[in-house]
Design a protein around this ligand. Structure first.
Ligand SMILES: *Cc1c(COP(=O)(O)O)cnc(C)c1O
Length: 421
């Protein structure tokens, strides 16, 4: 099936008078007739729902849809994008391990890695997007367990050379984990280029309407965990009567461990209600992404030709340093996010934002309504100037998330506001 059809149809196939639309199974628990039946479920001997911290039918249907959209073997939906990236890494790392991450990543992820996970005893090496081959090679250590990057970085809009990073990771026997939030599987399916694990903040385009927080972790099923580096997946788990995940679940080992361990012990499940909202968003994802990209391209070209605009970053502009990689990985479009600077720096940036009428100042991105934010004073506020530079966030950077309104109205709004600075 084409991606459009998958968005509409995958994950839920009702028969015999069942509801046409995924029902919201708002139940924490599920009934069984005998203690033995429930015991078998706890021992992972049989498959079935028993407690919604581990699995819920509504959530499971949307997980199947997202796994299909990304071309993976399994998916876990989480309560936020933050918990998705946390779990994706924690599932294969513990104190004493090391992770290589791109430095141009979402501020929240950077803080999670550089503070919370560092405090847990996991070491991180941050690589700049333009790191040389030697710098990438020399970042790997004996205890490196994964490489992490964003396919299209928020907000600096660097396009990841997925194939190259997958090759480096695989050469060193570790998986490549990519956050595919901005392109969405409509515009890029990183597994096709060698990525092993894909994460999302579903809060953004996948939901698209700014109604529900969520995250997703999708496993390609392609990584061979049995190389001596991942004993928690390949040796008996005493908390489950000696189950060996790679033996019992094969290609589903990573997702099985994530559910049975991290969800069991920490619990950051998506709620059935939010999974229902997410599914409504996914049903029209391909339509919305097309319009986000068309509108953003027109706005980026308008900004590029405006005398008060000092620089524009949109990967599919011919002037962009990302253009070549963009044409390879996202020829159909990237996303609706544009970053740019205006004459007069930080002060003019604030003025520009205050004068906008249609575009709203909100802490959000990838909404169907056009919105705008100044990352240096908001989402990336906790970062030092030096960290900002490494993350590719200039102090004057305005991040504009172009919605699906009529493009003429969006441009008119920007034009009137630029005139006032
Ligand atoms: C927003 C975002 C996150 C965090 O997701 P939440 O749903 O807000 O927790 C992670 N990665 C990227 C690229 C994001 O844009």
């Amino acid at each position: 099936m084409h991606i459009n059809t998958k968005c509409v149809q995958e994950g839920y196939n009702p028969t015999k008078g069942e509801p046409r639309v995924i029902p919201i199974i708002q139940s924490t628990t599920f009934k069984y007739d005998t203690a033995e039946q429930l015991g078998d479920l706890f021992d992972l001997k049989t498959d079935g729902f028993f407690y919604s911290r581990l699995a819920n039918p509504t959530v499971a249907a949307v997980e199947r849809k997202l796994a299909s959209l990304e071309g993976g073997v399994g998916c876990v939906l989480t309560s936020s994008g933050q918990s998705a990236n946390f779990f994706a890494v924690l599932n294969i790392c513990q104190a004493g391990d090391h992770v290589i991450s791109q430095s141009a990543i979402y501020g929240g992820t950077y803080n999670l890695f550089n503070n919370t996970m560092k405090d847990m005893g996991i070491e991180f090496t941050f690589l700049k997007p333009d790191a040389t081959e030697e710098e990438i090679e020399s970042a790997f250590r004996e205890n490196t367990k994964c490489v992490f990057a964003e396919c299209l970085s928020n907000p600096s809009l660097n396009v990841l050379d997925v194939e190259m990073y997958a090759n480096y990771a695989h050469k060193h026997g570790v998986p490549l984990i990519v956050d595919n939030t901005f392109p969405t599987p409509v515009n890029l399916r990183p597994i096709e280029y060698g990525a092993d694990i894909v994460t999302h903040s579903t809060t953004k385009y996948l939901d698209g309407h700014a109604v529900s927080l969520g995250g997703a972790i999708i496993d390609s099923g392609n990584f061979n965990w049995d190389n001596g580096k991942y004993p928690k997946l390949t040796t008996p788990d005493e908390s489950y009567h000696g189950i060996i995940y790679t033996e019992k679940f094969g290609k589903g080992a990573y997702i099985a461990k994530l559910t049975t361990h991290l969800m069991r012990d920490i619990g950051a499940m998506m709620s059935p209600q939010n999974a229902f909202y997410l599914n409504l968003g996914l049903e029209t994802l391909f339509l919305r992404m097309e319009r986000h990209c068309q509108n953003a391209q027109a706005v980026a070209e308008f900004l590029e030709n405006h005398e008060k605009v000092t620089w524009v970053n949109y990967p599919s502009l011919k002037s962009s340093s990302q253009y070549e990689k963009c044409m390879k990985y996202m020829p159909e479009g990237t996303c609706g996010v544009i970053s740019f600077g205006v004459k007069g720096g930080r002060e003019s940036a604030t003025k520009f934002m205050n004068n906008l009428k249609l575009a709203a100042i909100v802490t959000h991105v990838a909404d169907l309504r056009t919105c705008v934010i100044h990352p240096a004073s908001t989402t990336h506020r906790q970062m030092s100037d030096e960290e900002l530079e490494v993350a590719g966030v200039a102090p004057d950077l305005i991040r504009m998330s172009i919605g699906i309104e009529h493009v003429d109205d969006i441009i008119k709004d920007i034009e009137q506001s630029l005139e006032k600075i």
